[in-house]
Design a binder for this molecule. Sequence first.
Ligand code: DAH
Length: 337
Amino acid sequence: MPDIKDIGVLLAEAESAISMANSPDDLEAISIKYLGRKGQITAVLRSLKEVPIDQRKELGAATNKARVKLEQELKEAAEKFSKGDKKANFDPTLPGVSHRIGAIHPITKVLKQVNQSFERMGFEIAKGPEIESDYYNFEGLNFPPDHPARDMQDTFYVEGDMLLRTHTSPVQVRTLKNSKPPVKIIAPGKNFRNEAISSRAYYTFYQIEGFLVDEGVSMADLKGVLNAFCRDFFGEGLKLRYRPSFFPFTEPSAEVDITCFLCGSKGCRLCKHTGWLEILGCGMIDPNVLENADYDSEKYTGFAFGMGIERVTMLKYMIDDIRLFYNNDIRFIRQFI
Ligand code: DAH
């Protein structure tokens, strides 16, 4: 014959089973075990008629109350599962799930640093299109048709005289045409060349172009700006060397080397045992380029430079393969957090 105490025990047992349930199936099993047709609480309700009349009312009320309470608790537990509330079985002693954090791409990071460095010297940022015309990429920059220097650029042609720009120098002509001196610009951007891919060359790459046009601008101004930038970007104690070179759009032209900071210019693999690392091309803007942009080249002079961003990033962070920038391997990129 069941009594009130049995109901209390059954209810406690069922509630503890609900608290440990891991799935809706577990709840279903608990419901069957206590409230189903052959369930234990159902059995007590059925046997009430055998209970002496003086105890029946009290036992009946307690059993019914337990049934209602259990039904309610089962319903609430089932709702938690359907809402995906994992708190039902949250174990605070388990180790947490760590989230993988991305990072700023080293090229983006260096572009930002270089831009800021020149902005502090009063340069403004300009941009030009990646699909460019032959005029801006070549002719306006003093590359006549059939000039052999065009071959050095391994151009991807698009259609007609449109092409993927091979350098950021076209921004010089575009910007000069739309501005009045003094013009003091840097133009960061992406370029494309049909080059064989290797650890040192890729078919797309970034450059920063810089130029300044005004009355009386000289090579000394160019050196002052580039020396200040290199100290800012690579650190103090660096020496620069200006080597004569050739570009159709500058005269005179130079390439700039910095002392190899890996070996302190003693000679190593990075600097190919020369003690020097090449970082950019520069020069005084050719009068033809100024005239193409409707400037009086008797009155105005200017300097220009173009720097490969992958190249300086590789030197700054000792990266030995340009392809690493473009594989999107998170293990590489995360080193630049
Ligand atoms: N446009 C050149 C290149 O991609 C780089 C360059 C050299 C830019 C000299 C300049 C410059 O503005 O003065 O090879």
